[in-house]
Write a protein that binds this ligand. Structure first.
Ligand code: THU
Length: 136
């Protein structure tokens, strides 16, 4: 599959799950789709909570689906949200992605009324801390 075809599949998976987002407080519905190293796509949406800090981002939900599905590495991740500005992962989710992705992995951020923005994890999270810093 070409990158264009992969991104189309990831976009469709992110959009399909974005429609299921539970975001009654912000009304900002987000979808995320991961292509994992097992070749499968794992998707997640944001899940808010009346106790606001307990909400989950779409990226965290997609990572949970990937781990539950038995995969361990992210090879590409696509995030969709409303509006025309690219919906980039929040700081906490950049770190969550860092746990399971190489610094060269591309993250596609897409406000669906605008154009997608492709950036590497290293661009989004420079000088980052990761699992290899900890003793085995
Ligand atoms: N949100 C995500 O799920 N992912 C992002 O990349 C940006 C923000 C969610 C969190 C919250 O439910 C809503 O969007 C508004 O911040």
């Amino acid at each position: 599959m070409t990158t264009t075809n992969i991104d189309q599949a990831l976009f469709e998976a992110a959009e399909a799950i974005r429609a299921k987002a539970y975001a009654p407080y912000s009304r900002f519905h987000v979808g995320a789709a991961i292509l994992a190293d097992d070749g499968k796509i794992y998707a997640g949406c944001n899940i808010e909570n009346a106790a606001y800090p307990q909400g989950n981002c779409a990226e965290a939900s997609a990572i949970a689906a990937m781990i539950a599905g038995g995969a361990r590495r992210i090879t590409r991740i696509y995030v969709t949200g409303p509006g025309s500005a690219p919906v980039t992962p929040c700081g906490g989710c950049r770190q969550r992605i860092r746990e399971f992705a190489g610094l060269d992995v591309e993250i596609i951020s897409h406000g669906v009324e605008g154009q997608p923005l492709v950036q590497t994890l290293e661009q989004l999270l420079p000088h980052s801390f990761g699992p290899e810093y900890l003793p085995k």
